[in-house]
Design a protein around this ligand. Structure first.
Ligand SMILES: Nc1ncnc2c1ncn2[C@@H]1O[C@H](COP(=O)(O)OP(=O)(O)OP(=O)(O)O)[C@@H](O)[C@H]1O
Length: 640
């Protein structure tokens, strides 16, 4: 036995054991760049930031506070009844007041119940309203942020902040604040009662209060750090889930399940560790607080017994005092626990504030441009992505007249999509100007620019709604007649009619119930109904077979007739239909002209065209030849 105890002591003394034990109470600071930490914000500033969202409910908050605050008074009255019962009924042996004592007790209990119900309902109602408005306002704020914000963030993390973190803030601003006020009020009432009953004992009972403060501060700081870590890991879990499941086909096709699972598990385990640290801290906190409470009660009992023995107080007073003391420690304990809750909620608040303080890179301007003809001019436009040093576009100049089309051709990464992003004002040029009908884009209202642009992306963006809703997305409030007209124009009417519910058929998430060509024709109908003056075609035929490509070419050409069109394409057959072709290399325009002019010039465009033509001719010649042509084209693109 002695040996066993000795072994145990040795084990506890072992530095490795001590190290492991210490680690149990520390945050795992392993860094990974998946989700970065949000800047810390003091609790006072957090409260100031979010209070405006609760301000309009202040009357209801006061009412709920009143309900909560009255409860300790009723409680104190019941304790007082107990004192009367012991001293004036039991000890005095007079039983006549018993009847009204019972009635008063029942009445007070009923009143407490009503106050509890009203207080709970009201505070929750206010809290949920707060979440509702804060969440909507954050959503609206995020919608207004520039593309650069979203390109630098994980979607899952954004969703996590919008859902989980927002709810936590309520615990701080509404429940936290109202509870704190009600606990403080309870403290004042109970302390007042204690002093009224017996001031010497009351003074003795307050000896332990500073201890509560010190212990709470120690724990709450650590709980906040663990909460921060937990919230960050939860964001990472959302981000990985979103990434994995939105690319499920790719993940399964490349058998990447294990890699994704490992990535997910890593974050999941770290979230678990952070949560367990929080649990350990909270679980250790409760008994420490109880210990302080017991110490306080014991001190009071010793002092009380002495006062009783010296005849300074009655038995009833001592019992009532100890009962009331139990009630005094309850709000003290709750206040300490609340501090922990507030600190852990502030970790979520920091994550939300980080987003709220984010400003759009692209600033709104006042000028409203109505029905522009669509003349686009790029004047010496250069651009570098925010936070990067490499210049992506250098002195790009070109113009497109209404009804004219320009194709952007060049190797991957040459800067074609960046030109479109600048034209849509997702970013502003670092230098140079872009003009629409002679007006600098920076001076135009964003809405007045974008409502005049119709876009057809590489992957047609179809929403999980009906066919009709997807077409009307281009023009909210479009009539059925306009929708059908647009569908006929886009050569989509016939296949839509053959769908089970025609225009009311749901297209499924990301348009899964439709083929690629059908989706693209729906997107053309959407672009057509928009009645815009600028059209952007970003690889509109990419991924379509020859038949589908052929079917969308006619409606696309019809669409281009009256608009200023910018086409991004790798497919030179699509580029050939444009009035002018711009050849981009490393963000510079190196060749300009029509398809024929560029072929005549015999430059890089002509070279690529030859490679692509050869590929078409050799399609029938078998895979080996095709592979050699593919290699040639890749070499050509690499040389750009
Ligand atoms: N949000 C971004 N932040 C930083 N760099 C970016 C961003 N978007 C694109 N880039 C960089 O800018 C360069 C040009 O990209 P861009 O998408 O404009 O090329 P592209 O010619 O359209 O290519 P592709 O034909 O492959 O679509 C690339 O080097 C790319 O890595």
């Amino acid at each position: 036995m002695e040996k066993r105890i000795h072994r145990k002591i040795e084990k506890v003394k072992d530095p490795l054991f001590i190290q492991k034990f210490k680690k149990l109470w520390k945050i795992d600071h392993t860094k990974d760049n998946l989700i970065s930490e949000s800047p810390p914000v003091p609790v006072r500033d957090i409260f100031r930031k979010f209070w405006p969202y609760a301000r309009s409910y202040r009357l209801w908050i006061i009412l709920s506070l009143l309900c909560i605050a009255l409860q300790p008074m009723v409680q104190s009255a019941t304790v007082w009844l107990m004192q009367v019962f012991i001293d004036h009924v039991l000890i005095a042996g007079v039983y006549t007041p018993l009847y009204w004592l019972i009635l008063a007790y029942l009445g007070l209990t009923l009143l407490r119940g009503i106050l509890f119900f009203s207080g709970t309902y009201l505070s929750n109602w206010v809290g949920e309203n707060f979440i509702l408005h804060l969440r909507s306002s954050l959503f609206t704020h995020l919608q207004g942020l520039s593309l650069s914000f979203f390109e630098g963030r994980k979607l899952g993390d954004i969703i996590s902040r919008l859902s989980t973190d927002i709810s936590s803030i309520e615990r701080l601003v509404i429940t936290g604040a109202t509870s704190a006020i009600s606990y403080i009020f309870q403290l004042i009432v109970f302390i007042g009662m204690l002093f009224y009953m017996q001031w010497t004992l009351a003074l003795v009972s307050l000896i332990v209060v500073p201890l509560f403060y010190v212990v709470t501060r120690f724990f709450s700081r650590r709980i906040k750090m663990a909460s921060r870590e937990r919230a960050r890991r939860e964001g990472a879990i959302h981000a990985i889930s979103e990434e994995s499941f939105s690319n499920i086909a790719l993940m399964q096709a490349y058998n990447q399940q294990d890699t994704e699972r490992e990535r997910f598990d890593l974050q999941n385990r770290r979230s678990f560790k952070a949560k367990m640290l929080k649990v350990r801290l909270k679980a250790a906190f409760a008994p420490v607080i109880s210990l302080i409470e017991v110490a306080g009660t014991l001190v009071v009992m010793i002092a009380g017994t002495w006062l009783l023995a010296s005849g300074q107080i009655t038995v009833g007073t001592l019992i009532a005092f100890i009962l009331l003391l139990g009630k005094l420690y309850s709000p003290v304990r709750k206040l300490s626990r609340l501090l922990n809750t507030i600190y852990s909620a502030s970790a979520s608040a920091e994550r939300v504030i980080e987003f709220m303080e984010e400003k759009p890179q692209v600033m709104e301007a006042p000028y409203e441009l109505n029905n522009p003809a669509g003349r686009i001019e790029f004047e010496n436009v250069s651009f570098t992505y925010p936070g990067k040093s490499k210049s992506i576009l250098s002195n790009v100049s070109f113009s497109i007249e209404p009804g004219e089309s320009t194709a952007l051709v060049g190797a991957s990464g040459a800067g074609k999509s960046t030109i479109v992003k600048l034209l849509m004002r997702f970013y502003d040029p670092t230098s140079g100007r872009i003009l629409l009908d002679g007006h600098v884009l920076k001076g135009l209202k964003l809405d007045s620019l974008r409502k005049n642009v119709a876009v057809l992306f590489q992957e047609s963006l179809i929403f999980d709604g009906t066919v009709k809703e997807n077409i009307a997305y281009g023009k909210p409030g479009a009539t059925d007649e306009e929708i059908v007209k647009a569908a006929i124009f886009a050569d989509a009417h016939r296949f839509i009619q053959e769908l089970p519910n025609g225009y009311d058929t749901p297209v499924g998430q990301k348009g899964r119930n439709l083929s690629g060509g059908q989706q693209q024709r729906l997107a053309i109908a959407r672009a057509m109904i928009r009645n815009a003056s600028i059209l952007i075609l970003d690889e509109p035929t990419e991924g379509l077979d020859a038949n589908s490509e052929h079917r969308i070419m006619d409606p696309m050409k019809r669409l281009m007739e009256d608009m200023a069109t910018l086409i991004i394409t790798h497919n030179l057959r699509s580029a050939a239909v444009a009035d002018r072709i711009l050849y981009l290399e490393n963000g510079k325009v190196i060749e300009t002209g029509t398809h024929e002019e560029l072929l005549m010039r015999g430059g890089k465009y002509a070279e690529l065209y030859k490679v692509q033509q050869g590929k078409v001719k050799l399609l029938a010649a078998g895979p080996a030849k095709m592979a050699s042509i593919d290699e040639k084209q890749q070499q050509h693109e690499r040389s750009w």
